[in-house]
Design a protein around this ligand. Structure first.
Ligand SMILES: [Zn+2]
Length: 204
């Protein structure tokens, strides 16, 4: 049985044991495009990936399943060499602690996502990045495009084109890197990890 066949079984919930860690060569490979129309197997895998992110952000489920919180997951992190990513970025509570009107600023499964345009301006998260496949802190600014335009196919097989900025832009670029065999620390300036180049936007 393939990894994908195992992960898409109805009773299976993706957990940390399904996620491969740095050192596994799959994380350094360029993943294959998925075929359109999407197969049921690829649709279900995408749904399972998004469900993992939801569980990882739910305190009860995360505790029960022993999950690290995550906002993005790419199929190669499950040892599946396909160009599929899921992203789930929650909106914050308001100042009084009330839940946001919209729960998520982005909630999407993307098949064959591709950056088709980007800003000249760069951005990085002020606190750096983490990764479910990296079990150690890596400090430094991860230099990315500030804004990107991404084309992809959604779970219905419809072509989509979105413009992203801020945190969502960073998350989607991190996940697209995974399907190209790139790790976030590849984008840190090793000699000067906290160097602020001209025009670099630091995001809180
Ligand atoms: Zn990652």
């Amino acid at each position: 049985m393939s990894v994908q066949e195992r992960l898409i079984k109805p009773a299976h919930l993706i957990d940390m044991d399904d996620i491969i860690r740095e050192g596994n060569p799959t994380l350094r490979e360029v993943a294959e495009e998925v075929t359109l129309p999407l197969s049921d197997e690829d649709i279900i895998l995408g749904e399972k990936m998004l469900q993992f992110l939801k569980n990882s952000q739910d305190p009860v489920m995360a505790e029960k399943l022993g999950l690290r919180g995550g906002v993005g997951l790419a199929a190669p992190q499950l040892d599946i060499k396909k160009r599929i990513i899921a992203v789930l970025v929650p909106n914050p509570e308001d100042a009084e602690g009330n839940p946001p009107t919209e729960a998520y600023s982005i909630q999407e499964i993307m098949y064959n996502p591709k950056i088709v345009a980007h800003s000249v301006q760069n951005a990085a998260l002020a606190d750096g990045e983490g990764c479910l496949s990296v079990d150690r802190p890596v400090e430094g600014y991860v230099i990315r495009h500030s804004r990107v335009t991404v084309e992809y196919f959604d779970k219905n097989g419809q072509a989509q084109k979105i413009k992203l900025k801020g945190y969502n832009s960073i998350v989607v670029q991190h996940e697209i890197d995974h399907i190209n065999g790139v790790m976030f620390y590849d984008r840190i300036n090793i000699a000067e990890p906290f160097k602020v180049e001209d025009g670099l936007i630091l995001l809180d």
